[in-house]
Design a protein around this ligand. Structure first.
Ligand SMILES: C[S@@+](CC[C@H](N)C(=O)[O-])C[C@H]1O[C@@H](n2cnc3c(N)ncnc32)[C@H](O)[C@@H]1O
Length: 440
């Protein structure tokens, strides 16, 4: 058996993601497992992220370079060429090395008869690069490398913000840490990281956050094993603030896995947390994270909307519904969302969010607070969802953000019932929050 190099592995993995419908989050660790050298693993990740981010553009480019498309006839060879173009165009690797290594990978993949074709296509790109790129930039879809349905939807929802949103989606996200205040402080951990030459800066809107200038393997940072921090985007870190937790409260985290917000709630206040997720397979990892962080919550596998199956009848003072959504706000972190999400998914997600909202609202104590969150930037899942809920729920009232924390007054953009952050705005993911209160 021949051992495959990083480019050949990238071609196979990209074919699974871009043409096989598999998630990059799941494919990458399996693909990396065969690579011993950390530099190879880093290169593989860089190729796969950029190739997914720019796939819809590079796919059109490749069709212009090839006499006959390869994607159906030979998905791995098609993806090997996409990976080669990614290395030249986006990773800025020396072109002679990128071409030679891609030709070599064709041989490793037993496509020796296509080695000449791979060489010719990549060299033609290098020769005609400028004209080809100008032509790709002329079309808004290929320029931004987004699917048509999503651009049309964003154009409809956010005509003025569209260019900024598309740019934000195509700009890799920074690495955000959430400091576990039960174990250390932002100042102390920041100092220890900087002493190791790692640039780590606090953020004015996120009191538990440290932003790292460079992506790194966080499990090797000081304090990880000791549970001093977790990885969590700044937008997600605001949930614990917006819940305005008080000691002794009963808190429901209705859609909790992988548990980032559950853990933050437990770090912040002495509350009793019930965390549900309908995917039982995701709970062991939540248990493991809570153990590392030294936290306790009750975890249960359940459909949160089927309240008769799990609710004991005692109301919650706080409910967090971090609803299943299109994830259109986190494309910068999960660029394969562009390839996998379909226009038809949105109506299904909207009705599931509505079902969860209506089923969970009766469980909130009078005077209690309900935080609705999505990592979406689509109005149907956010503003329109909450406007509809408020219209049919007489004992629900909307609370302004600045009520508890004036620093958040200008976070994102105000909508009639919540606030919308766009991808990259404040350095954070695209996210929506609405704070609702139950009136007597
Ligand atoms: C946006 S993610 C939650 C992220 C999580 N709150 C965090 O901060 O780590 C949505 C979660 O909702 C779960 N989910 C979807 N529908 C559900 C339902 N009807 N009941 C319970 N969980 C559900 C999914 O399995 C997924 O883990």
């Amino acid at each position: 058996m021949t051992t495959l190099g990083v480019r050949a592995i990238a071609a196979q993995a990209l074919a699974q993601v871009a043409l096989g419908g598999e998630s990059l989050r799941l494919v990458l660790p399996k693909a990396s497992a065969g690579l011993a050298d950390p530099r190879d693993r880093a290169l593989l990740a860089a190729i796969l992220f950029d190739a997914s981010r720019w796939y819809l553009r590079l796919d059109v480019l490749l069709d212009r370079l090839l006499a006959k498309p390869l994607r159906k006839r030979d998905p791995e060879l098609h993806c090997l060429l996409i990976a080669g173009l990614t290395q030249i165009r986006y990773l800025n690797l020396p072109s002679h090395a990128a071409v030679a290594e891609t030709v070599n990978a064709a041989r490793e993949l037993r496509r020796t008869q296509f080695a000449g074709l791979v060489n010719a296509i990549l060299r033609r790109y290098l020769r005609e690069r400028e004209a080809l790129e100008i032509a790709l930039d002329a079309d808004p879809l290929t320029r931004s490398s987004h699917p048509r349905w999503l651009v049309e939807r964003l154009q409809h929802d956010w005509p003025q913000q569209l260019p900024e949103i598309l740019d934000g989606n195509n700009t890799p996200a920074p690495l955000w840490l959430r400091v576990n205040r039960r174990r250390t402080t932002v100042t102390d951990l920041g100092e220890r990281l900087r002493a190791q030459g790692i640039e780590a800066t606090p953020h004015p809107l996120c009191i538990d956050a440290l932003l790292l200038a460079q992506s790194t393997d966080v499990t090797r940072l000081p304090g990880f094993v000791e549970g001093e921090f977790s990885v969590q985007d700044g937008a997600a870190q605001l949930a614990a603030d917006l819940l305005a937790l008080q000691p002794g409260q009963r808190v429901l985290d209705a859609c909790a896995a992988p548990g980032g917000k559950t853990a933050h709630i437990c770090e912040r206040a002495d509350v009793s947390v019930l965390a549900l997720d309908k995917e039982a397979a995701r709970l062991p990892r939540m248990h493991e994270n809570l153990r590392r962080l030294g936290l306790t919550a009750e975890l249960r596998a359940a459909d949160a909307a089927a309240t008769a199956d799990w609710w004991d009848g005692v109301p919650f003072q706080r409910i967090l519904l971090d609803a299943p959504c299109s994830a259109s706000g986190i494309i910068r972190r999960q660029p394969d969302i562009k390839l996998h999400r379909r226009a038809t998914d949105i109506a299904t997600l909207v009705s599931e969010q509505k079902r969860l909202l209506d089923a969970l609202w009766p469980l909130l104590a009078s005077g209690g607070r309900f935080l609705y969150a999505t990592c979406s930037i689509l109005q149907a899942e956010n503003e329109q969802q909450i406007a509809g809920f408020l219209a049919r729920t007489p004992n629900a009232r909307n609370i302004a953000f600045a009520a508890d924390n004036s620093a958040l007054e200008n976070w994102g953009m105000a909508t009639p019932s919540g606030r919308q952050n766009f991808p990259g705005q404040n350095g954070m993911d695209g996210f929506f929050y609405a704070i609702l209160e139950k009136v007597a």
